[in-house]
Design a protein around this ligand. Structure first.
Ligand code: FAD
Ligand code: FES
Length: 344
């Protein structure tokens, strides 16, 4: 059985390859036009080293000059000695241009609908089935979408997982005034063509090996919907997963029924909505998201934290973690920076 393998690089690009049974990862990459840096091909020089971020694999000979026992324990690997045993993701700490890697795919999609799901949020549904092959991306990654009729492109995290029909979802905040926001409110009709570029970004779900804390600021929820879909679909996750979902007002909350359904599908999953400026009728958590973290619980065992949303939220949470739970936490973050054309 062929395995679907993602190769992710420091410049945020991800390339997907098919690895045949028993094939070495390096050979599979070369066969598909990706020249990973290499020298000895014997497991000695270490030039082809990377890190496995999800999936099962085994390595042939690894010289201790190339990788130490500590490196191996951290799932560092040598592409020239790696045979995968499942679908997998590998990270290489250099730009994809070092291996003559291709650009992200640019393709056409058709607008199915823009569905308003809260006072400030829409889900854009796109049909990219004109592309025969499944659009490959890692849950958590993003696409750039061109606003129809303009030369403006905006970045949006996928809100679902890759699927054979290429039916794509994006959770998008409707700003009072903005190129994409105005388009979605006023001009978005089914049947329009939308250009799309993907996959992009190095924010994606790694192998779940310890408790996860996910922190979504507003439409930062988008990336987590995709990741949670993936975890539910894969099954077998035995680690607790906490999602903190912060919004300004309760009317901004969305997709809570979908999150409830995910609680049924993923045994250790719980989510906590937090409203920063609640109305009188709100009886749930209020204030900043990090005010609701349980420091004792987070200090009890190592965990992975994923942060996605506005830069101030990401910085505030990182600051809290550095002060209150500096132990063994690995943080992955995606900041929703403004588009370059509107940045001051
Ligand atoms: C990697 C990445 C992933 C992203 N993923 C998502 C996503 O999944 N969902 C999502 O909703 N957004 C996401 N964004 C933000 C998104 O790309 C746009 O910047 C945002 O949707 C605004 O686009 P617009 O065309 O409506 O407004 P613009 O025309 O870009 O801006 C209009 C006005 O609003 C201000 N503005 C722009 N962005 C913001 C903001 N975020 N908050 C407050 N004011 C702002 C500008 O200064 C300007 O005055 C992501 C950004 C990045 C970099
Ligand atoms: S190329 Fe030398 S260790 Fe892989």
């Amino acid at each position: 059985m062929t395995h679907n393998v993602a190769l992710s690089f420091a410049d945020g690009k991800t390339l997907f390859i098919a690895v045949k049974p028993g094939e070495l990862l390096l050979d599979a990459a070369l066969r598909q036009g990706i020249s990973l840096p290499l020298d000895c091909r014997e497991g000695v020089c270490g030039t082809c080293h990377g890190r496995c971020e999800s999936g099962r694999y085994e390595q042939e000979y690894v010289d201790d000059e190339a990788l130490s026992a500590g490196d191996l324990a951290q799932r560092k690997m040598l592409a020239c000695q790696t045979r995968v045993q499942s679908d997998a993701t590998f990270y290489f700490d250099h730009d994809s241009s070092h291996c003559h890697a291709g650009e992200p795919l640019r393709l056409q999609s058709t607008v199915l609908r823009a569905e308003q799901v809260s006072a400030s949020t829409a889900i854009l549904h796109l049909d990219a089935s004109a592309q025969a092959d499944t659009l490959q991306f890692l849950p958590g990654q993003y696409a750039r979408l061109q606003v129809p009729g303009t030369d403006q492109w905006r970045a949006y995290s996928f809100a679902n997982r890759p699927n054979a029909g290429n039916q794509l979802q994006f959770l998008i905040r409707l700003l009072p005034d903005g190129v994409m926001s105005n388009f979605l409110r006023e001009d978005c009709v089914p049947g329009l063509t939308m250009q799309l570029e993907a996959p992009l970004g190095s924010f994606y779900l790694r192998q779940v090996e310890r408790p996860l804390v996910m922190v979504a600021g507003g439409t930062g929820l988008s990336a987590f919907l995709g990741m949670l879909d993936e975890i539910a679909e894969r099954g077998g996750c035995t680690h607790p997963i906490q999602l903190f979902y912060g919004v300004n007002q309760e009317a901004d909350l969305c997709e809570t029924a979908r999150l409830e359904a995910l609680c049924q599908r993923i045994p250790g999953f719980e989510f906590t909505p937090v409203v920063s400026q609640p109305g009188a009728g709100w009886s749930g958590r209020s204030g900043y998201i990090h005010e609701h973290f349980d420091a004792a619980r987070l200090n009890a065992e190592p965990f992975d934290m994923y942060l996605c949303g506005p830069p101030p939220m990401v910085e505030a949470v990182k600051g809290w973690v550095a002060d209150q739970a500096p132990g063994q936490v690995q943080i992955y973050a995606e900041k929703f920076l403004q588009s370059a054309t509107t940045r001051a």
